[in-house]
Design a protein around this ligand. Sequence first.
Ligand SMILES: Cc1cc2nc3c(=O)[nH]c(=O)nc-3n(C[C@H](O)[C@H](O)[C@H](O)COP(=O)(O)O)c2cc1C
Length: 309
Amino acid sequence: MAGVSDIAFRTLCREAGADMAFTEMVSAKGLSFANEKTRHLLALAGGESQVAVQLFGHEPEVMASQAAWIEDEMGESLAYLDINMGCPARKIVSKGDGSALMKEPDLAASVVRAVKGVVEHPVTVKFRRGWAEGDETAPAFARRMEEAGADGVTVHGRFAEQLYRGSADWGVIARVREAVSVPVVGNGDIRSGADAMRMAVETGCDAVMIARGAEGNPWLFSQVQAALAGEPEPAPPTVEERIAMARRHAELLTHREGRNIVRMRKHAMWYMAGLPGAAQARGRINYCTTLSDFDAVFDELLEIARERS
Ligand SMILES: Cc1cc2nc3c(=O)[nH]c(=O)nc-3n(C[C@H](O)[C@H](O)[C@H](O)COP(=O)(O)O)c2cc1C
């Protein structure tokens, strides 16, 4: 998730049970200009492994040369390279990137062929149910990507035009599963272990991908692991555990360069959602700029929770 799945977030998700994690999407064009901000997105935590890098772009040569550069740079830590053909954001699709590629299957196939031609790691593609609402092109698109050499696909069950509205259709994941023989990852609206289990059973997908459900909630991965293993779901985190996780998240963010602690504002809101005193704390969170600013808010929330219990 752009703006979310940095080193700190990935570390906490992996510790909680995620089998692998993705970088934020990385612009191939940005990398080709050796843009430091773009390169920063590829920084890993010490010892971090099983990270997939997601590239976006639409020019086959640029995508291929940057994929090769990433493979060289990341070596053992790289799990695979994923190509973003699902992002519906205006600033991305207006340049022909992200889900705009679903409207150009020939070009999309060329991108996959070009990248596959230069890297040894598996290359996967992530896309949506289709571009226009009601026009489900994902199964045919998945077949094109497989023919072009994709080693796996991830399907988010919404149309690009839908953005994040409505709910994800999991039927399309099953239809893509039928259409191709490479692994299929199902994605969209998993909020509990039971959801993950239901998606796996209903669609036959080979893995599930979780995005928003993990915001402020890395415990979701242990719940999903338990559900998929047929074990009882672990108890939800206590207020103390939520605040301790938020503090740890803030600490991890301070280790990154630049003003990254500011990123903690949205994470703090997510960790605090539904806690007593959260509404009043929101305003203060928006002015936090240091670890101790966040700690003060967390201390106060803990005190309120203790008074109420
Ligand atoms: C803030 C945010 C950033 C995202 N960034 C990316 C991205 O960089 N690459 C990508 O493939 N999908 C991205 N997505 C989409 C998610 O990966 C996922 O496909 C979508 O949110 C549906 O899954 P969910 O219901 O588990 O959130 C992003 C979603 C959100 C909310």
